[in-house]
Design a protein around this ligand. Structure first.
Ligand code: NAD
Length: 475
């Protein structure tokens, strides 16, 4: 009896060791970028990629005009990781650093075709002229192309963007009817443009702050709410629903909930249409996610961070409304809390005063000025101050982000590993308020985000992940 027990115990131990070994092997294979259980496949980027943009304002026109200027050899794609970035592969001594475009199969700029929706009737040339971001001489060289991109009628609700109103708006019996009209637009663009793949990129105004309700919890509840024209369904959600129903990935450049909802995650996974968001990380928050990790790395304390902006474009005007600003404020405020982890470092970050303000100041147009006053403290609690004055150009910083998101989201949809997972957290690098799996806190540190992005590319291509351990150089 005792021998039987012993041998059963031994057998159990062997089985456990085998399981542990198997898990270890899998982890090792994963760390090397290989997953023996399924080979990762990426379909080639064949044919045209159609880019559909709700909101043809400053960011959208600066992006589209920029792509055309670059295609014509008039300018360079500065700020774009897909166009100018490289990925180091293997050891530091290997000398292998291909360009991103040589490493993963991305659509080329020549493959891109565009359409958009807006509440104003201006074509892309007129809208870009109105936005006043790019030099008129450059826009004039691109006029025939830009004038050909005309806005489709928008799905709009003045209650969600109180500062603007326009004539180019769809009418419908219900919100479901409006969603059907958007789906018809998408099918029409797919057919007339000859695009083999599509991506939707929200560049519309920031909508009023709302929180998710029961209507957003499942596809079934959302569709019922669409039929009932539920007030809690914002226009951006109707675009998102229409896109995902058509199997089209959706990236959200504004802080609205839009795709950050259980219903959209469900649809995204079901239809293999990746989603990501929210809110492009451009000026002040870009700086915040560079500086805050530095303070934390050196264990310098923080007592206050006061951020203020003056901004004179239409985005600034929309954000002058407190309910739209509240959406933006939520998106901007989360950053410090997540990077500094006050619960882990109460002496350093347990009592931070963090304030963010945006002031509409028309004379500056798109050329925002962002000031930061940062009160930090060091050894024995001695206080110090840092002042940042960033005279930036909002849409110039946003346009390369739009380009990279369009190309990477399309890559995700062609990739066996990524297309069915829903949220593309590896694209957090581009967002102020990155979407994550439910219950997971977002990673805000810009350099961790970059490492995550590049390691994802390495993983997809079966290359070893880079951990920066580096002990092998000292063997
Ligand atoms: N520029 C940046 O650096 C930056 C950074 C982060 C986020 N964003 C966000 O990106 C978005 C675009 O910024 P922008 O500077 O281009 O603003 P913008 O005001 O120039 O353009 C937004 C456009 O969206 C249109 N619009 C509003 N609701 C719409 C709807 N339901 N359907 C179709 N069109 C609609 C407006 O008419 C306008 O033309 C904003 O939400 C902004 O907060 C911009």
């Amino acid at each position: 009896m005792a021998t039987k027990k012993k041998s059963r115990k031994a057998a159990g131990k062997t089985a456990r060791v085998e399981v542990v070994n198997e898990v270890r092997e899998k982890a090792k294979a994963k760390a090397k970028g290989h997953d023996s259980e399924h080979e990762i496949t990426i379909a080639p980027a064949k044919g045209k990629l159609g880019v559909m943009i709700p909101g043809m304002g400053a960011v959208a026109t600066t992006f589209v005009a920029g792509v055309e200027a670059i295609r014509k050899g008039l300018a360079k794609p500065i700020g774009s990781l897909t166009q100018m970035g490289t990925v180091r592969l293997g050891k530091r001594t290997d000398g292998r650093s291909p360009k991103v475009t040589e490493f993963v199969p991305l659509a080329t700029l020549d493959d891109l075709v565009f359409t958009g929706w807006d509440i104003f009737e201006d074509n892309m040339y007129d809208a870009a002229t109105h936005a006043g971001v790019l030099d008129q001489r450059l826009l004039d060289q691109l006029k025939p192309f830009l004038s050909s991109v005309k806005p489709r009628a928008a799905v709009f609700d003045h209650n969600y963007v109180k500062k603007i109103d326009g004539p180019n708006v769809k009418k419908g019996k219900s919100k479901m009817d409006l969603a059907e009209q958007l789906r018809a637009d998408i099918r029409d663009f797919r057919k007339t443009s000859g695009a083999s793949r599509l991506v939707t990129m929200w560049c519309g105004s920031t909508e009023s702050y709302i929180e998710a309700t029961a209507a957003h919890q499942s596809v079934k509840a959302f569709e019922k709410a669409l039929h009932e024209s539920d007030d809690m369904i914002a226009p951006s959600m109707i675009y998102a629903y229409a896109s995902l129903m058509e199997g089209v990935p959706f990236a959200n450049g504004a802080p609205n909930l839009t795709v950050d909802l259980p219903v959209m995650l469900e649809l995204s996974r079901k239809n293999n249409a990746p989603i990501c968001g929210k809110d492009f990380k451009t000026g002040q928050t870009l700086m915040k996610t560079v500086l805050a990790p530095a303070f934390k790395a050196r264990l310098l304390g923080l007592s206050g961070w006061y951020s203020t902006n003056i901004l004179g474009n239409r985005d600034g005007e929309v954000l002058d409304d407190p309910v739209s600003f509240k959406t933006k404020e939520e998106s901007k405020l989360g950053v410090l809390e997540h990077i500094l982890q006050p619960a882990l470092y109460p002496d350093l970050y347990g009592n931070i005063f963090h304030k963010v303000r945006i002031n509409y100041y028309p004379p500056r147009g798109d050329n925002k000025e962002g000031w930061d006053n940062i009160d930090i403290f060091g050894w024995l609690g001695y206080p110090m101050q840092i002042k940042v004055d960033f005279l930036c150009r909002d849409s110039i910083l946003a346009a390369p982000i739009v380009l990279d998101l369009v190309l990477f989201v399309d890559l995700a949809q062609r990739c066996s590993e990524l297309k069915g997972i829903g949220i593309q957290e590896w694209l957090s690098f581009y967002f102020k308020s990155p979407m994550t799996a439910p219950g997971l806190y977002p990673e805000h540190d810009l350099f961790i985000q970059l490492m995550k992005l590049k390691n994802t590319l390495r993983h997809l291509k079966g290359e070893e992940l880079i951990t920066h351990l580096g002990l092998e150089y000292y063997d």
